[in-house]
Write a protein of this length. Structure first.
Length: 201
């Protein structure tokens, strides 16, 4: 009996793992939904206008109480600097009202200062946008292509996730990595002759 219970538990764990993994991919390929939010400074932001600009857009859902968010955001800032010459925009979306005591905006501003956050911060007070993008688990990143379709989503953060995210962003931007091919300086042709062939010649 105990053995049967163990088998059932293992199956349930495996099924739940697959469900969560599929959830992460469920939005990919779908059109990004528009929304209206206010920025930390009180400015009205219509996401439909942002989508019309035909940029690659990264939305980073976070909260001041979220510990992994504090590790992920500096990595996103690095990417923003490295890709500044491309049509790439980042928007941070604070989810819900701060759980910490004190003034809410002060808490967000303090985090902005502590982490040197340079990109716009939008306030999703009632988690409506987070619900649209399945971003109630924090941090969550959502990458949107120039065509307005969702290219990649990811929840949680561990070291190394930023590498995958950066590659996805480059892919969406159409950045092709240069390869170290040796070329003949006179003809600009690649020398494909093997060492064996050269010895025979």
């Amino acid at each position: 009996m105990n053995k049967l219970v163990k088998i059932i538990l293992i199956v349930l764990i495996l099924l739940s793992t697959n469900i969560f993994a599929n959830d992460e991919k469920s939005l990919v390929g779908k059109d990004a939904e528009s929304f209206f939010l206010r920025s930390l400074q009180g400015k009205s932001v219509y996401f439909s206008k942002i989508l019309k600009e035909k940029n690659v857009v990264l939305m980073s859902f976070f909260a001041t109480w979220c510990i992994p968010c504090r590790s992920e955001i500096p990595e996103i800032e690095k990417m923003t600097n490295e890709l500044s010459q491309y049509n790439f925009k980042v928007y941070y979306l604070h989810v819900g009202k701060d759980k910490a005591k004190g003034n809410f905006r002060e808490q967000v501003n303090k985090m902005k200062s502590d982490l040197s956050m340079t990109q716009p911060i939008l306030l999703d007070f009632y988690t409506k946008v987070a619900e649209k993008y399945d971003a109630l688990s924090l941090p969550t990143t959502v990458l949107i292509g120039k065509d307005g379709k969702i290219k990649y989503t990811h929840s949680g953060y561990k070291k190394g996730d930023e590498i995958i995210l950066k590659n996805k962003i480059k892919e969406a931007l159409g950045i092709v990595e240069k390869t170290n091919l040796q070329t003949d300086s006179n003809s600009n042709k690649i020398d494909t002759t093997s060492d064996f062939q050269k010895n025979i010649l």
